[in-house]
Design a protein around this ligand. Structure first.
Ligand code: SME
Length: 164
C-alpha cells in the first residue's frame, strides 16, 4: 500500500520535491509502462491542488494517443503540432498556457479548463509521451510548475521505457 501524506503548507518547490520522491517510490522496481503511467497520474492528482485533469498522451506514429489519466474522459488522438499537447510534442518544449482560450488551436476536452501545462517526456532525443495537466483556474501554472514537472518527466521517461 502507498499512503503518501500531502502537506498543504509546502511552497511549490517543496511540493514538487515531495511529489518527485513519491513518484520515485511508486515506480521503483516496476517495468510495466501502463502501471507506471497510471500511478504517476494518480500521485500528481493527489499532490497538486486545483486540477481537473492529469495524465499522459503517448506518441504512436505521428500522433499522440490518450494514456492513463485522472479526470473526465478526454479526446483520444491528437496529431503532432495540434493543440497544446501536440505543440509540446512537436517542439519537445514545455508549454505553460495561462489562458487556454488564447492558445491558437487549443483542443477543448472539458469546457471547465482555463489553464494548462504540457511537458514532453523525452527518451533518446524523441518525445515518447507528454504529461498534460489542466486546471479550472486561469494562470494556475507557472515556471515553478514547469520546472517541477520537467523533473517528473525524467522519472516518467525511465518508468515508461524500463526494461525488466
Ligand atoms: N487541451 C489539450 C487536449 C488534451 S485535454 O486537455 C486532456 C490540448 O489542447 O492539447
Amino acid at each position: 500500500m502507498f499512503d503518501f501524506q500531502t502537506d498543504t503548507g509546502l511552497d511549490k518547490p517543496e511540493l514538487y520535491e515531495a511529489l518527485t520522491q513519491a513518484a520515485q517510490a511508486l515506480v521503483y522496481g516496476e517495468s510495466d509502462p501502463v502501471a507506471n503511467m497510471a500511478n504517476l497520474s494518480a500521485v500528481i492528482w493527489q499532490f497538486l491542488p486545483d486540477l481537473n485533469w492529469a495524465g499522459f498522451y503517448r506518441t504512436i506514429g505521428d500522433e499522440l494517443v490518450l494514456g492513463p489519466f485522472m479526470g473526465k474522459p478526454a479526446c483520444i488522438r491528437i496529431p503532432f503540432g495540434q493543440g497544446v499537447c501536440g505543440t509540446a510534442a512537436a517542439s519537445a518544449r514545455t508549454q505553460v498556457v495561462p489562458d487556454v482560450h488564447a492558445f491558437p488551436g487549443h483542443i477543448a476536452c472539458d469546457a471547465e479548463t482555463r489553464s494548462e501545462v504540457v511537458v514532453p517526456v523525452v527518451v533518446d532525443g524523441k518525445v515518447i509521451a507528454v504529461i498534460d495537466l489542466d486546471s479550472p483556474t486561469p494562470s494556475r501554472f507557472d515556471e515553478a510548475d514547469a520546472a517541477g514537472l520537467e523533473k517528473l518527466a525524467l522519472i516518467a521517461a525511465k518508468a515508461i521505457c524500463a526494461t525488466p
